[in-house]
Write a protein that binds this ligand. Structure first.
Ligand SMILES: NC(=O)c1ccc[n+]([C@@H]2O[C@H](COP(=O)([O-])OP(=O)(O)OC[C@H]3O[C@@H](n4cnc5c(N)ncnc54)[C@H](O)[C@@H]3O)[C@@H](O)[C@H]2O)c1
Ligand SMILES: [Fe+2]
Length: 384
């Protein structure tokens, strides 16, 4: 028997076109004056009109904050909060990728509780209640709509996470019509990010549990089967909805069985070079899996046939290495850069990156194999 605790978003709506129901959902939750939080890319893609049409139809008195900066820095979070206060908002709607949703989550918390952002970084540090919150992802990647995490850029090369159960929204709305225009490179990076969430949840050593395993397996089935189809044809609505649902399942898995060394080593790439989060993960994924294989081969061997056909017969170790090779090929097939050098990383920085990765203790402690600074350096070297 396994003892565990499992938390997730209370209400998840998985339906193409469900953005039309947003007004009705606000009414159900008792929203009258929500702030809609999004970024300029979403506005440019013409997605905001779909959202405002639904709120207009229900007569909701919303205000818009459309200036979210990717990998939101502290100033962006504070500006979002100010916009919510200026509107006298009674709820928040986060609309976009992980950046917009994460900013919305923290704004909803700080709007209701009097805590200061600098006091709530870390696990369980936030104590107050949040305002009502709806999250609507427009990328199939972070799973932020079902995680208790929000990531903030705190300095030129640093990020910090707020982890608190209050950050689960009241409702997550998964409408793949919003993802039809997602550019191929964003589709690829965010899709691989979601796969990494599922893989790392499945091998997470402390909190892995039967629920997270089930979710990670189903997530990988959906994501691996639908990623190439959505790259080939971005307008494939059924495949897009499967990606969105897969990313959500992966989010539920890693919200309860946290991610590990792939993410720990990817973060310094994002912080230092502004490489997209999913791309950073894709660059490191096969190399971390090869490093982990001695300790996690049987688990990788369980995931291999879920993701890929024609798994070769042989030992778990052999299958695990084959799995890493297949994932590396998949990243290439969907157009992601092959090596860190192709993404602009400087060879002279590998020592520095290894030092920075060691700071990600919250993530490294979940890895199936202990990572020393010299191991991290070797993994970066292999990925370079
Ligand atoms: N909270 C969590 O659990 C969690 C997990 C992983 C990552 N993150 C964080 O999430 C952020 C990354 O999120 P992301 O990868 O979703 O990217 P993002 O939110 O930064 O968006 C990337 C770009 O894609 C554009 N875009 C998004 N949806 C679009 C659409 N449908 N059509 C056209 N353009 C669209 C945006 O305008 C933006 O320019 C990082 O800050 C990362 O640290 C959070
Ligand atoms: Fe991620």
């Amino acid at each position: 028997m396994t003892s565990f605790e499992f938390n997730t978003t209370r209400s998840i709506i998985n339906e193409p076109g469900s953005i039309k129901r947003l007004g009705e959902i606000c009414t159900r939750l008792g929203f009258e004056r929500p702030l809609v939080v999004t970024d300029p890319g979403i506005v440019k893609a013409g997605l905001l009109e779909k959202l405002t049409a639904s709120l207009d139809a229900s007569g909701t008195s919303y205000a818009l904050y459309t200036d979210i900066v990717a990998d939101p820095p502290v100033e962006t979070i504070m500006a979002t909060l100010e916009a919510a206060k200026a509107h006298n908002a009674d709820g928040i709607i986060g609309f976009g990728g992980g950046s917009s949703m994460d900013a919305a989550k923290i704004a909803a918390l700080l709007l209701r509780s009097d805590e200061k952002l600098e006091d709530i970084y870390g696990v369980g540090m936030a104590k107050g209640e949040r305002a009502p919150l709806i999250l609507i992802p427009t990328t199939a990647g972070t799973g932020s709509e079902v995680t208790a995490v929000a990531i903030v850029t705190t300095g030129p090369n640093t990020k910090a996470g707020v982890v608190a159960n209050q950050l689960y929204p009241d409702v997550a709305l998964l409408d793949a019509e919003l993802t039809l225009g997602l550019p191929p490179i964003v589709t690829a990076a965010t899709g691989v990010d979601a796969m990494v969430h599922a893989i790392e949840a499945y091998t997470s050593i402390h909190l892995k549990n039967p629920y997270s395993d089930m979710l990670a397996q189903k997530a990988l089935e959906l994501l691996s089967k639908n990623l190439k189809p959505v790259i080939a044809d971005g307008s494939n609505l059924a495949a897009r909805q499967n990606m969105l649902f897969g990313a959500c399942l992966a989010g539920q898995a890693f919200a309860n069985a946290p991610v590990a060394a792939v993410h720990a080593l990817a973060y310094p790439l994002g912080a230092r070079y502004h490489i997209a989060h999913g791309t950073s993960n894709a660059l490191l994924l096969p190399h971390v899996l090869r490093f982990n294989a001695p300790n996690a081969a049987s688990l990788y061997a369980e995931l291999a046939p879920i993701c890929f056909d024609n798994v070769p017969t042989g030992s778990d170790e052999k299958t695990a290495l084959w799995f890493a090779d297949q994932l590396e090929q998949l990243s290439l097939d969907v157009g992601l850069p092959p090596r860190m050098r192709d993404a602009g990383v400087l060879a002279n920085d590998l020592d520095l990156l290894a030092e920075e990765a060691m700071g990600q203790t919250r993530l490294l402690k979940n890895n199936p194999r202990e990572v020393t600074q010299s191991d991290a350096r070797d993994i970066y070297e292999a990925a370079y």
